[in-house]
Each structure stands twice: as C-alpha cells, then as structure tokens.
Design a protein around this ligand. Sequence first.
Ligand SMILES: [Zn+2]
Length: 377
Amino acid sequence: MQFSQIYGQSLLKESLRKMAEGKQIPHAVIWLGEDGTGNLPLAMAFATYLHCATPVEGDSCGRCDACGKHARLLHPDMHLSFPVIGKAGEAGGALSTSYLAEFRQAFTGNPYTSFADWLQLMEAGNKQASISRAECYDLMGRLSLTAYSGSWKILLMWMPEFLGQAGNVLLKMLEEPPPGTLFFLIATRTDHILPTIVSRAQVLRVPPIESDEIARAMVELHHLDHGEALSRAPLAEGNLTKMHQLMEAEEVVGLGDSLFMEMMRLAYSGKVTPLMVWLDQVSELGREGQKKILLVGLELLRGCLLEIHGARTLQPMEATQQAFIAGFSRFLDIPKINRIHKQLQEAILHLERNAHARLLFHNLVNRLHETLRPELQ
Ligand SMILES: [Zn+2]
C-alpha cells in the first residue's frame, strides 16, 4: 500500500512523513477513525513506507522487495492481528493466522474493507468475533523474534476493541516493547478499548476524508461525472464506506424500476424462459432490493391510476417511468389496478416475514398473469 493509493488525508500523510524522517515514531499508536476514513490503509501505507528500501518523494517506491511483500500482506516483519471467530478444533481461543488467507483476500480486494464486510466474509452469523488470549500469547512469541529485515517489527492490530480482558496479556510488552517494535492499533473508538492500553499509546486521529477526494472516488469507482460527484460528495460525510452505501442504494432504486417493468411484461406475456432469467436476477438481490421492486411497483401503479383518470401525477418522474405508465395503462382498468395493488402489498408482507423470495416472485408473476389476461384463463 502506498500513500498515493489512499484517498485524501493529505495533512495526516505529511505529518507521518515527518515522523518517519525525524525517527520520532511513538512505539504504540492508536489510529483512531471511523471505518471508511482509511485508518487501516493509512497504517498499512505507513508501515510500507518504513520498510521500503528506496522511498521516493515522500512515498514508498512500490517496486522494491519490501513493497512487493507489503502489497500482498506477506512482509515477514508485519504481524497482523484482527478479530476472528473460533474454528472447530481450536482450543483456548481462535487465532488470526487461521484467517490470514481470507484477510489478505479482503484487504487486497478493498483496502477500505469495513468490519461488517469482514464479519460477512468469515460467515460469522451470530457468532461473536474476538481477539483471544491465545492470540495475545501467539503475538508475544512472534514479536520476541529478531526482525527478519533488520528494520522495524510492526504489529498491526485491527479493532483492538475486541481484545477484552485478554488484552492485559500485552500490557507488559506495550510498556517495554522489544527493541525496534511498533504497535499500530487501528480503532474506531477508544472508550471500548482497555484503558490500560489507551494510556500506554499515543492516539492519532484520522479525520473524515476531504470532500473533493470523496468526489474523486465517486468518479473513479462509480463512474459519476465530475460535477455531479462534487455536488453529492458532502452526503458521504468524509467516509468512503458511507459513499459506497449511498451509491449502491441509488443503483438499487434504478434497478427496482427496470425489474418491476420487466416483471409486468413477463406477467402479461406469460413466457417461461425469460421469467427464469428474471427470477435468477431477483434472487441475487438482498431482501431490501427485492422489496424495492414491489414498492416501486406500487408507485408506478398509482401513476397508472391517475393516468386512467386523466390526471397526471405531480411527482417528478423520469422519462422511462412516464413512458411505462402511458403504455401499461392501456392494458388496465380500475378493478385490475385494485387487484394488482392487493397482490403487490401481500407480496411485500410475505417478504417481510422472510418468505422464500424466488418462490414468492414466481407465484406473484403467475397471479399477475391471471389478473392481466383473464381471457386466457
Ligand atoms: Zn519500496
């Protein structure tokens, strides 16, 4: 990870460079910031900078052996620790090393991986993640070894909030660290970390990302045009995770429209093969996305009702929605609208009660077909 790969945080990057040049690095640092501000990738980039053989212009070179190993999270002097759930057969507490492959995959795929994403990747379900006592003893063993590269040994612990009382095992080491050892603790809040640990570390605040840099991320990662990105960036409040959530929610809204329109075409035609493809697509959406299709449907149906009465909705509508309403209304009358309305509402209710989505939508399309084409029944 290089500083140049991280969105914004220019002031913090500058003070980290100064810290490295002056060799004034506190031996224990809490990198405090929300998920999505980049506290984890920043600590990774700083570690890379410290190990890089040939840094250039205030950043790691990205080409030397150390940089190559860091990019794959394989540097032997970088010890990673993070909350995990126990695997079968692990007596005395789970170890991060059991999930190292998954962690590498998650972080190299998205350096801004959130803790919620991580739990999902471990398929944690209702299981509690933690940093166990066994993990703390394992770390002490690893840190007591001589540095492989002759440079800094770095322990990077993500979410020390999950240490619990097990963290007391590390106090002695935090107080008198082995020579050349740095502790980087990546946290979102200090009030959930053992006070004995907080008091032994220096807190480095990672602020929200600058708005123009959030806009750059919107352009690069979500292909928004520059002007639009600039006007919407403040909504993300300097948080890249929040930005992704905003963008994805909007994509689902757009998708909800087209999936509903497609569903009504399928219900009218009664064609089976395209229905199976459509059901595949809907099954992949989360429950919220599936519900969105039906809610969008109620909205469009209301538009059809007004259209039939010769009144246009006052709500602003997109051109595709207007075209759909004008076209679809020709196949409807008031009793049909009422029946479809009822069928959609029932489906929403069943979806909220965790009905099997694929069966539910299949059933719904069949019933809509009966409503729309009574002459074929
Ligand atoms: Zn390098």
